[in-house]
Design a protein around this ligand. Sequence first.
Ligand code: YZS
Length: 255
Amino acid sequence: MLKVSLDDLVGTIALDRYDKRNALSEDLVGRMLRTLDSFADGGIRVVILRAVGTHPIWSAGHDIDELPIAGADPLPYRDPMEVLLRRVRTYPGAVIAMVQGSVWGGACDLVFNCDLVVADESAAFAVTPAKLGVPYSVSGIQYFLSRLPLHIVNELMMTADPISAERALTHGIINRLVPAQDIESITAELAAVIRSRSAESIRAYKEQARLIVEAVPLTAQQAQYIHQLRLDVYSGRDYAEGVLAFEEKRPPDFG
Ligand code: YZS
């Protein structure tokens, strides 16, 4: 499911579940979490997150087979994917996503939560809750809004269609758009530069940036309202239909 390697305080985690298009199952995410923990314990300065090989799909996102049935929150606080996103945000070093192929749903959130993104022309990014009838997580929406212009977030969330690598570069989702044959060496060079810089400075910077981005005050009433908005959606017709349609390999009928 994962290939892990280490070289001079740079660690690489490569997704290796292509039969399921690198869908982020609880098992796979659990392995990623344990690897990140061991990297942090070992003082690994830079983590490269990638997929094994060169395929059309980088990751198909949340493992839809493991989404809870209608009526239960599909993205609760303790969902393994949510835990992973928080772990990437709090990892005490840089996390670089190296992306070849399309990135779907929760995997977009994962890539967007990495500190830097290097991609080739085959990369594309689709944020998919509107295809499944999922009420997206508050933290996910907050992070998208903190990184991207509102109209781009609207387009991603409302169409659920992929945006190309070129547009992703324009909107700052990608740091470097590079030729496929150079992506590994350019990612390694970037990792080597960061690895040579002050780990203490980078650790403090990353934590400060996270706290500043997350410092959006909500009143108790607003938090309750958001909870109700999401509850209405995952208890409603669309979420049940969206998951069923995926299992039946047909387009959803949202009326
Ligand atoms: O039929 P088998 O057993 O061979 O399995 C198939 C697919 O069912 C499986 N698979 C997945 N299994 C669980 N979760 C997934 N997300 C997932 N995606 C794929 O992998 C096997 C090969 O799939 P194919 O469809 O035959 O592959 P291909 O023709 O190459 O098409 C690849 C894509 C990725 C385009 C296609 O599989 C697809 O559209 N997958 C769903 C992508 C998606 O909507 N992901 C978002 C999941 N949702 C989330 O992350 C959040 C909950 S949210 O939506 O809120 O952001």
